[in-house]
Design a protein around this ligand. Structure first.
Ligand code: SF4
Ligand code: MG
Length: 336
């Protein structure tokens, strides 16, 4: 199938004393219309750098796209000027972040902020843009949108503000929405409502969503496709069914075991992956996960694993995955 957005071998570097640190190293992924692609991993794994690179906002963050391509409708976003990107951002490509308050301007009403995007990108007049804003506030489930539109961000709850941010991102009907930890700052009940809302809007607007999360539980709820990132590389990728029912990378398995309810026995403590994600300045040789990996063997310390396709696009970057056996079977030391 033709993908809407395709990243090919993206490498992103940040200059540092030690040289160029690669926060994202040869990452590839394909997003399809009407589907949700989840990038999952601990903080510092390169998820946000990947998403900011798609928007070309990484340029403002001190990062450089060192190599690779990001095709959107067959055009490479990496080659575009910032002037060209301004026309795409907030229009065909939209993004929402973790902290709704930081995305909203405290001195303008929420209606004005949503209408602004419409006036800028769709060249509509103020009145029509204001109507679109109210319509969008209704679509994201804000009661009495005509009243709310005239309010300022501080007059709304955190959950309401995130709905406003979503309305602002979606008012121009983008083809791709990037959501970076959109529910992390919200309490659990509101989290579930926002995830529901995203699912519903995806279907209604037939857009593709790239959802960035550290939470496997969130990914399980909304993803069609999942890629697990670790220290700048994708270590496992597949459909939600492939990754959740047949996790093959020891890191994926560790993430799954750390969510409540996954193969857990009553009274058993939740699993935590030992150790920490390595600093980019001191990436381990061979497999980047080896210092934290229970079944690691000699080869893992020396050679970087190559991606191995287990079939139907379920790809794993682990020496143990060759032979398609579950990593778990060979790692009796991991809690069951
Ligand atoms: Fe663990 Fe080796 Fe697989 Fe890396 S390649 S995840 S160290 S078993
Ligand atoms: Mg992040």
């Amino acid at each position: 199938s033709v993908s809407l957005l395709e990243i090919k071998d993206l490498t992103v570097g940040f200059p540092a004393e030690q040289g160029i640190l690669k926060a994202v190293d040869r990452v590839s992924l394909k997003m399809e219309e009407g589907k949700t692609f989840c990038l999952v991993g601990e903080s510092g794994s390169g998820k946000s750098v990947t998403s900011l690179s798609i928007m070309r906002l990484i340029d403002y963050d001190g990062g450089d796209i060192l190599s690779g391509e990001i095709f959107f409708h067959g055009e490479d976003l990496v080659q575009k000027s910032q002037e060209e990107m301004i026309k795409l951002r907030g229009y065909k490509l939209a993004m929402i972040f973790q902290e709704p308050m930081s995305a909203l301007n405290p001195v303008f009403t929420v209606g004005d902020q949503i209408a602004e995007a419409v006036m800028l990108h769709q060249k509509k007049g103020k009145k029509e843009a204001w109507q679109d804003a109210i319509e969008m506030l209704r679509l994201v489930g804000i009661p009495a949108p005509e009243v709310r539109a005239r309010q300022y961000p501080h007059e709304l709850s955190g959950g309401m503000c995130q709905r406003v941010v979503i309305a602002m991102a979606l008012v121009c009907k983008p083809e791709v929405l990037i959501a970076d930890e959109p529910t992390t700052a919200l309490d659990v009940t509101v989290q579930a409502q926002i995830l529901d809302l995203l699912r519903q809007l995806k279907a209604e607007l037939n857009m593709a969503i790239l959802l960035i999360t550290h939470d496997m539980g969130v990914a399980a709820e909304v993803a069609d496709q999942i890629a697990v990132m670790y220290a700048g590389v994708i270590v496992e990728e597949g459909t939600v069914e492939q990754v959740f029912s047949h996790p093959c990378h020891p890191y994926t398995l560790g993430l799954l075991k750390s969510i409540p309810g996954y193969e857990s026995e009553r009274g058993k403590d939740l699993y935590a992956i030992p150790g920490n994600i390595p600093s980019l300045a001191q990436l381990p040789q061979g497999c980047r996960f080896h210092p934290r990996c229970v079944p690691a063997r000699e080869k893992c310390r020396l050679e970087e694993p190559v991606p191995h396709d287990l079939g139907s696009g379920h790809v794993v970057k682990c020496w143990l995955s060759e032979g398609a056996e579950r990593a778990e079977k060979r790692s009796p030391d991991l809690p069951a």
